[in-house]
Design a protein. Structure first.
Length: 285
């Protein structure tokens, strides 16, 4: 555990905005509140990391912001549904025990009511904020996991990002008239907007990594489902129909006898040739 904790500390990056917030808190006399905020965000991300470490995920870095943290992992969309859900919720649930501990400390007389109330509200705010259905917040990741269980992975990723960005715009425009010069609102909105832009540009890479994981025989594929396509369907369009958690076999429908091709053979052809836009009926005669 000590080794895992040291690995966790080595991956932490504190965003310059957090350093700025800490500096302002010293000037304004709110340093203790910022320390408690830092502690809550740190524990939140420690929850994610502990669960990811349990499943041997590759965590690149953990960046701490004044409004939360972001864990960047190499396993985005590539692990079992159960693993992804556990890793995602392991952050928000940390706020529950921290609020319970704060309430217990208040009842035992170890903490004054003013500080306890602030700590409780701060944890509740972080919990609710992180559960918003917006990328890359934990709530958004849960929605994405649900989407990949229903739709083909490539379609789920694209549609989810569009819906997530629409939700971000709706919330931003709803709160903006109340306080158009609220600095935190603008900072959070810009950060989430940039995150959407980056993830949108990464879609081909995320999809390719999803396919590579399948070709290696990894992931959760308990179900077997056919994909019926015409001989004229392009290879890339066929693999775009692959769903997470499902093993496919491709049924090429012809006027004579249907041809059935195993998923692994289709993926091997995709990665070993430059014929991704070739008709699948031509590739598998």
């Amino acid at each position: 555990m000590n080794n895992a904790f040291l690995q966790f500390l080595a991956k932490i990056r504190i965003n310059p905005l957090f350093w700025l917030t800490i500096g302002l808190s010293i000037i304004t006399g709110h340093f203790r509140e910022i320390l408690l905020l830092f502690f809550a965000v740190f524990i939140h991300e420690m929850g994610h990391y502990a669960a990811a470490h349990l499943f041997q995920w590759r965590v690149k870095k953990i960046e701490l912001f004044p409004f939360g943290g972001v864990a960047e992992v190499e396993e985005h969309g590539n692990r079992r549904f159960s693993e992804e859900i556990i890793v995602t919720i392991s952050g928000p649930i940390q706020h529950l025990w921290m609020m319970a501990a704060a309430y217990l400390a208040l009842q035992l007389g170890w903490w004054d009511s003013t500080s306890c109330d602030w700590f409780m509200k701060m944890n509740l705010t972080l919990l609710v904020f992180n559960l918003l259905p917006i990328w890359p917040l934990d709530g958004g990741k849960l929605i994405f996991i649900a989407a990949t269980s229903i739709f083909p992975f490539k379609k789920a990723h694209t549609v989810f990002l569009l819906c997530s960005f629409s939700m971000l715009l709706i919330l931003f425009l709803s709160f903006l008239p109340r306080d158009p010069f609220h600095l935190n609102l603008w900072i959070v909105a810009i950060f989430l907007g940039v995150s959407h832009y980056i993830e949108w540009n990464r879609r081909p890479y995320v999809f390719l990594r999803f396919l590579m994981t399948r070709s290696e025989g990894k992931g959760d594929k308990a179900l077997t489902t056919p994909i019926h396509v015409s001989p004229d369907a392009e290879l890339y369009d066929v693999i775009s129909l692959f769903r997470k958690g499902v093993r496919h076999f491709i049924v090429i429908q012809t006027n004579e006898k249907n041809r059935v091709v195993e998923e692994k053979l289709v993926l091997n052809t995709f990665f070993s040739s430059n014929q991704v836009r070739c008709a699948i009926g031509h590739l598998f005669r």
